[in-house]
Design a binder for this molecule. Sequence first.
Ligand code: ATP
Length: 458
Amino acid sequence: MPAKTMDELVSLCKRRGFIFQGSEIYGGMQGAYDYGPLGIELKNNLKAAWWRSMVYERDDVEGLDAAIVQNKHVYKYSGHEDTFTDPMVDCHECKSRLRADHMKDIKVCDNCGSTNVTEPRDFNLMFKTNVGPMVNEDSYTYLRPETAQGIFTNFKNVVDSTSRTLPFGIAQIGKSFRNEITPRNFIFRVREFEQMELEFFCKPGEDEKWHEFWVGARKQWWLDQGLAEENIQFEYVTGDDLSHYSKSTVDILYKFPHGFEELEGVANRTDYDLGSHTKAQDEFDITAKVKKNEHSTAKLAIRDLEANKWEIPFCIEPSAGLDRGLLAVMTEAYTEEELPNGSTRTVLKFKPHLAPIKVAIMPLKKNKPEIVALAKELKNKLQKLGLGRILYENTGNVGKGYRRHDEVGTPICVTVDFDSIEKEGAPVTVRDRDTMEQIVVNAADLPAYVINYFINQD
Ligand code: ATP
């Protein structure tokens, strides 16, 4: 029976080194978390799976890694400076600040029940920061609230350096920052997080077809990461809930421990961003000089060779939160099982490609040099396969090791024992996380066994 409360996940994450409260030794900081030794592996594996599917397995997507700190005009013309806001309500009694659209009743404080609350006001979510040694009215910019703008501002650079024609996409993974009014639900709503974003550019008129395609493709990808179909829903965003740049948005929701909430948004951003950055070029001297020339690099447009004209493409954006993705994958994987002997075990049943540790190699005897040497040799061999982290772990207690590795989701444990050094073929014991079955494999056959396991299981 899966028991999946947020408290259980938070506690496992801390105990086993997935996620820690940020700035913990100073009392913590709201909305900021640190990823520990296993958390970083899980994060990297999820990113790699996204990159594989979005870039390597397609021939119409390029990658990018743009700077987090950009010229402040990017956010003026993207519309974020004026419209990237959430409605906020202040309670005069308990002094808490609340997001109006999350309140049960905007006239009553959710925290203390008082009706002595302000009218909702717009609060801009971007973090302002100063750039350079001088602090004056002009020296500010913002930490990016989405990675997307770095893609739009590099549109021409990518087109010119890769000779892409429509349709094609640009993919990026990186940190984003939002000064959320009420960060909550562990890593679900935080102020510093990572996004995995694709901006897929197509001809106007083909946008709705591509929008539908990406909604389906992204759902499938989450299923491939192990999320169960019944825990995924779509929500069609309408009216005032649409972002300032969106013509239509489909949110992919997942059943987190606190309920169904957004995991990824797939938006039809039309030509809004490329169009407004292109228009903005008029206001700058540097580009005004080349503006009259049709081939200006400042135009974020692409040449339609058939119609012989410049065209600003439409853009479909699947934008996934990496931290929310990690929370979803952990929620789904968390399993408590009753064993035949009446005891229980906690297992993280990650898909093998996501498991933070792929194989744990444990010598049965801590101080037996031949056993230790063989275990280390096998670790080095398996590490070279490039599957991810292979852990050599010499605690001398294999039973405890199995329990620990169940709890962190290690798919395979290999034990090196007396048979391994005494018998021909150096047989080692291979234990499967999910079935708990143990089989014997000769040391020379172990790399092939492990590769086969990881290829067949995903
Ligand atoms: P929400 O309505 O939950 O605030 P949003 O609609 O503002 O989210 P988008 O702007 O569509 O979110 O961002 C795309 C994705 O980035 C979201 O689906 C989510 O996975 C992730 N994301 C956005 N804000 C946060 C946050 N504060 N903490 C963690 N992830 C976030």
